[in-house]
Write a protein that binds this ligand. Sequence first.
Ligand code: AOF
Ligand code: ZN
Length: 344
Amino acid sequence: MRAALGQAARGLGRTSPNPSVGCVVVREGEIVGRGFHPKAGEPHAEVFALREAAERARGATAYVTLEPCSHFGRTPPCADALIAAGVRRVVVAALDPNPRVAGRGVRKLREADIEVSVGVLQDEAARQQAGFRSLITRARPWTVLKYAMTLDGTIATRSGDSRWVSSEEARTLVHRWRDELDAVAVGAQTVLTDDPQLTTRGVPGGRDARRVVFDRRGRVPAAARTLGPGSVLVTSAQTDPRPFEAYGTTVIAHEDLPGALRALGELDIASVLLEGGPVLAGAFLEADLVDEVRVFVAPKLLGAGQSPLGGPLHDFMAQARELQGVRTETVGHDVLIRGFLHPL
Ligand code: AOF
Ligand code: ZN
């Protein structure tokens, strides 16, 4: 299943609104077929793995990170393909929450006398499919809040200098996240002070995420570096969309953050990396719309500086939001702490 998850990782950021899925076919302890779903509209992971395995799939075990589908979508059902190939056993990481599948894939396999186990490395798979699962079950993208702060909890000096808080290794990792998530988002203030590109750099084979700017009042310049084709401006109905659209930017008018997120989901954006600044982070937390948090802590001391979260959120320690499923690792000289505010 680890190998199947590794296959699925190759599709991350390329499959929405579909999930990133991997499959390996194993015969006598040896992998004889591998596959991943490369893009919506193209064949599913199982099809590629079975194709490589060819005749060796007969009597073999297939490991799939998502329940094989049972429906005719853009492609025929994978459950049928596994049955036709003569696979004897199927190991599934996570069930498919898509109402068109939802257990029917497993049932179809069992009805064909294939032995099916479900739940192997389920958490890892669900994490990998967080965007897809969020779109299907909540009609909004999965949100990841990311920032880097000094040991004393600042993200920039009082004058706004923030180059750089974290190590180069940490910054490279962020570029990998941009490659894997569907969109990166910033608030108006970040565009006005930094005019960032938010592109993916230094990742071999990487691609740019869609850029999203949250700017209720339409204050950012239409020629901002991060706007243009593929980018989205989230604003209010009072903003004239035409100057932005003239640069190729998609303009979404919304009344509140939940509505804005639903609109991003309709653009097939299944996951969003919230990259700054404190106002945007505070607003998302206040609305309870942050699903996952990834924070780098750099071994530096700054003294007076800017806090990562805007606005006084809570007055009492008992009100603090606590991350679940926390994992800690070192990246360069920094510590990366990640965890979840909402279950997968
Ligand atoms: C699988 N294996 O690799 C993937 C699955 O429109 P379609 O035909 O591509 O179907 C999309 C749905 O199929 C998607 O919403 C999800 O339920 C499932 N994705 N299933 O067996 C795969 N990517
Ligand atoms: Zn399928």
